[in-house]
Design a protein around this ligand. Sequence first.
Ligand code: FAD
Ligand code: NAD
Length: 449
Amino acid sequence: MASYDLIVIGSGTAAQVAVGRVRAAGWSVAVIDHRPFGGTCALRGCDPKRMLVSGEEAIDAARRMARHGVDGTLAIDWPDLMAFKRTFTDPIPAKQAHRYAELGVDALHGVARFAGPDTIVVEGRTLRARHILIASGARPVPLGIPGEDLVSTSDAFLELQALPRRIVLIGGGYVAAEFSHLAARAGAEVTILQRAERLLPHFDPDLVGWLTPRFEALGIRVETGATVTRVERSGSGLLVHAERQGEPDLSVAADLVVHAAGRGPDLKALDLSAGEVAVQDGRLQLDAHLRSISNPRVYAAGDAAGVGPRLTPVSSHDAKVVAANLLDGPTHQPDYRGVPSVAFTLPPIAAVGLSEEAARRGGVALRVNAASTPDWFTARRLAEPVYGHKLLIDEDTDLILGAHLVGPNADEVINVFGLAIRHGLTAADLRSTMFAYPTGASDVGYMLT
Ligand SMILES: Cc1cc2nc3c(=O)[nH]c(=O)nc-3n(C[C@H](O)[C@H](O)[C@H](O)COP(=O)(O)OP(=O)(O)OC[C@H]3O[C@@H](n4cnc5c(N)ncnc54)[C@H](O)[C@@H]3O)c2cc1C
Ligand SMILES: NC(=O)c1ccc[n+]([C@@H]2O[C@H](COP(=O)([O-])OP(=O)(O)OC[C@H]3O[C@@H](n4cnc5c(N)ncnc54)[C@H](O)[C@@H]3O)[C@@H](O)[C@H]2O)c1
């Protein structure tokens, strides 16, 4: 029976980072994935999505600059844009396999499951390891509604060869916001059915309010407070039923219905009980070192661990913590201060640190610098009507507690505030920093005065 120091289940960001570090220390490692090597971010998430957003950005820029010296008549050719995306995604699995071969890591394809506390079975092969890292990512949460099998996934959306005319997104978080902007700019009629009372609950409500007119301008129908209850076939298409207080049957016709209702740890195939790995309510039971509380050989990282926000930089951070714990003993803990996050609508919306609500709950003396600023140069030069910020500063210490941005460059400038939060920089530190002018970051000083 093959035996390793470490078996890693999954080949996404968390797996790649952990494998690299542990292998560099001379450990024998096997990595297993039942899908092509590379994981969600590179193959089915962040990167392919942003390749497609690039097409959208070109359209958006042309439309904003129409009547300002640019002929604004551009259109997306969906199959061509998909082909552009594939120039990035197609080579990844082979590159990853090549990297593993170069590192001397055994890379195996198949569904991995526990067959004992230190034993994994994959494709009929039994492997044993001193340690096992569960880096199996996340999957869409079950909707538990009739017609669920008619609902497509974000994976399928990012592979669509043709864009259907009518698209319904179930949910109103990251996936719904990003896909709705993309599909609407590519010419689809899009409806968002969001159970929560507002769009993008992970972001500041005032800034989401400033962004909302862009959804309206794109013709995206947004129904909040609407829980999807059923999907059925109707003629050649689909009919999505939702209910809202006082409106028992809100129905929307569609050619494609996409799950955008959240993701949870992908633990289904792992047979965790055979591995003596404790799980409760679908979540791994981990200690502060990302180690299973019931099987000390087993660690978890990233979306599968589900401890920090389900984002790529968190998967990478978790994996560094796990690798350090494997190599030094379980002494390291994750630190999720200052994890920036962006929803790639156009313009983007971003957040890092505390929300205003959480900061007020914390009881600190709070200074809030908030403004909608489409009259600032950054927005004016781009003819962009949405631009604003909300900064939360501790009045006593001058530390940045939270930053919320919407508008051009929000996706980049949020990192300046992430740096400040993670490294304890004050508002005065940022004000005294020189930023190249005129750039998105050169507005940081104005936001802080
Ligand atoms: C559409 C979309 C867009 C996103 N955009 C962003 C973004 O812009 N920025 C951002 O920070 N985050 C984004 N995310 C989230 C980000 O992609 C994830 O947080 C990150 O990729 C998780 O990495 P991971 O290594 O934890 O898991 P994954 O990359 O998901 O890797 C897990 C792997 O495990 C494999 N696996 C699962 N079970 C088994 C098993 N039993 N046996 C063998 N293999 C198994 C899976 O096939 C998968 O390849 C996005 C997610 C989605 C879905
Ligand atoms: N840019 C990014 O960083 C990015 C982009 C996409 C995905 N992601 C990651 O992937 C995860 C999944 O994204 P997501 O958009 O699916 O989840 P999400 O958690 O952002 O949003 C899900 C939304 O679906 C709603 N919902 C749930 N059940 C519903 C129902 N039956 N009917 C109507 N609405 C319902 C909820 O109210 C919630 O607001 C995110 O949490 C994030 O971690 C990140």
